[in-house]
Design a binder for this molecule. Structure first.
Ligand code: PMP
Length: 401
C-alpha cells in the first residue's frame, strides 16, 4: 500500500531555509524565506502586538471556545475596512464582507474552492513569475487549467505591460485572474495607477474574474492606504471580486495564520447564500479558524491609538527595507559591479528580483553561504548593517566571475 508512494521534490523555499539553518558557517546569510528581520538579524514581535498579547494573557474573560465557522466578526469587519477603507459604501452596506481564513494561503484556498465548486470556474491565471503556491493551491482545489500571464520583462527588468495585457485579452471568459494587490512577489514591481486602470478595462471587457492577493498591505510603502489603491480602484469600478488578505507580514503574525477573504458582491440577495456555501467549504476543511492572531489584529484595528502605533511599526519595517535597498545598490555600484543596479531601489516590498542567474545563485550559496532562491529573488529584510558589505562583495564577485 504505502510502498507505492513516491517522494516529491521539496518546496524550494523551505528546503533552502533548512540548508541555511544546518550550515555551520559563521558568515552565513539568509535571504530566502520571506520574513522580516531587525537590523540584528532577529525576528520582530511588533511592540503593539506584544502589548495586546500581554493584555490578552491577563484577560479572564477570554477562553478557548470555538470561533464560528466564518470567524471572529470584529476581525473580519476590521480587516475588510482596512483593505477597502472604513467608510467605503460597499462595506457600510454589507456588500463587501469578510470571512476569516488561515492566513493568506487559507484565504486563497477557500477562494479557489468556492470559485471552482460554486461558480464552476476552470481556468486561473497568475503572473509569470508569481508566488509559486498559487498554482498548487488552485490545482489542489480542482482547477484543471492553471495558466500564466506575462509579467516580467527580463531584459529591461521591469513590468512587461504589453505582454500582460495581451495575455489577459486572450484568456477565456470567466477565467480567474490572480492580481498581487501591492509589492508583487517575487519581482517587487507593480503596475502604475494608469496601468491598473487599463488592466481593469480588459478584465471587465473580457468578463474575467479578479482575485486580489494582498499579502503586503502597509509593508510595501509603510502606508496601508497607499498600498490598497489597486483593490479600492477595482471595487469602486463595480467589479464583483475577491480579496485574500494575509496578516503575516504586516502584523508579524506569521505562525498565527490570521487571514481574511473579502467578497465584494453586487446584490444583497447573494450574501446569505455565499456565506452558507463558504461555511460548508470551511466546515469540511478545518471547521473553524484560530483565535489568537485574529483577536490581536481586531484589537489593534478597532482602536485608533493602537492603529497609529501599528502604523509606526509598519513604517519602521518599510523604512528599514528601503534603507537596505539604497545601501545594497550603492555598494554594488561603488564596487564597480558590471550591470545596472537601479532596479534594486525601484522595486518595492519585501523582495528584490536581482536578475542574478541560477549559476550565480549557486555560487553565492556554495561559496559564500548566502542563501537565496534560484530565481535570484532576495528577501531585503535578511540584509543588515553587519552583513551588507559581505553580501555586496559576494554578489560583485559572482557577477565578475
Ligand atoms: N501571497 C503572496 C504573494 C505571498 O508572498 C504570501 C506569503 N509568502 C502569501 C500569499 C501568503 O502567506 P501566508 O499564508 O503566510 O499569509
Amino acid at each position: 500500500r504505502f510502498s507505492k508512494i513516491g517522494t516529491l521534490p521539496p518546496i524550494e523555499v523551505f528546503a533552502l531555509n533548512k540548508a541555511y539553518l544546518d550550515d555551520p558557517h559563521l558568515d552565513k546569510v539568509n535571504l530566502g524565506i520571506g520574513a522580516y528581520r531587525t537590523d540584528d538579524g532577529k525576528p520582530w514581535v511588533l511592540p503593539v502586538v506584544r502589548k495586546i498579547e500581554q493584555l490578552m494573557a491577563n484577560d479572564e474573560g477570554l477562553n478557548h471556545e470555538y470561533l464560528p465557522m466564518l470567524g471572529l466578526d470584529s476581525f473580519c469587519l476590521a480587516a475588510t475596512k482596512m483593505v477597502l477603507r472604513h467608510d467605503n459604501p460597499l462595506v457600510l452596506s454589507g456588500l463587501a464582507f469578510g470571512v476569516q481564513c488561515l492566513s493568506g494561503t487559507g484565504a486563497l484556498r477557500v477562494a479557489a474552492e468556492f470559485l471552482c465548486r460554486q461558480l464552476g470556474y476552470t481556468s486561473v491565471y497568475s503572473s509569470e513569475p508569481s508566488w509559486e503556491n498559487h498554482h498548487l493551491i488552485f490545482k489542489m482545489s480542482g482547477f484543471p487549467n492553471t495558466r500564466t500571464y506575462r509579467y516580467w520583462d527580463k531584459v529591461n527588468r521591469c513590468l512587461d505591460f504589453d505582454g500582460m495585457l495581451e495575455d489577459l485579452n486572450n484568456a477565456p471568459e470567466n477565467s480567474v485572474i490572480i492580481l498581487h494587490g501591492c509589492a508583487h512577489n517575487p519581482t517587487g514591481v507593480d503596475p502604475t495607477e494608469e496601468q491598473w486602470k487599463k488592466i481593469a478595462d480588459v478584465i471587465k471587457k473580457k468578463s474575467l474574474f479578479p482575485l486580489f492577493d494582498v499579502a503586503y498591505q502597509g509593508f510595501a510603502s509603510g502606508d496601508p492606504d497607499k498600498d490598497a489603491w489597486a483593490v479600492r480602484y477595482f471595487a469602486s469600478a463595480g467589479f464583483e471580486l475577491l480579496v485574500a488578505q494575509s496578516f503575516a507580514k504586516n502584523f508579524g503574525l506569521y505562525n498565527e495564520r490570521a487571514g481574511n477573504l473579502v467578497f465584494v458582491v453586487n446584490s444583497q440577495e447573494c450574501i446569505a447564500p455565499i456565506k452558507s456555501q463558504v461555511s460548508i467549504i470551511i466546515r469540511a476543511m478545518y471547521s473553524n479558524p484560530p483565535n489568537h492572531g485574529a483577536r490581536i489584529v481586531a484589537s489593534i484595528l478597532n482602536n485608533a491609538d493602537l492603529t497609529e502605533e501599528w502604523k509606526q511599526c509598519l513604517k519602521t519595517m518599510a523604512d528599514r527595507v528601503r534603507d537596505m535597498r539604497i545601501l545594497l545598490r550603492n555598494k554594488l555600484e561603488s564596487l564597480g559591479t558590471p550591470g545596472n543596479w537601479q532596479h534594486i531601489t525601484s522595486q518595492i516590498g519585501m523582495f528584490s528580483y536581482t536578475g542574478l542567474s541560477p549559476s550565480q545563485v549557486e555560487k553565492l550559496i556554495l561559496k559564500y553561504h548566502i542563501y537565496l532562491l534560484k530565481s535570484g529573488r532576495i528577501n531585503m529584510c535578511g540584509l543588515n548593517s553587519r552583513n551588507i558589505d559581505y553580501v555586496a562583495k559576494a554578489i560583485s564577485e559572482v557577477v565578475l566571475d
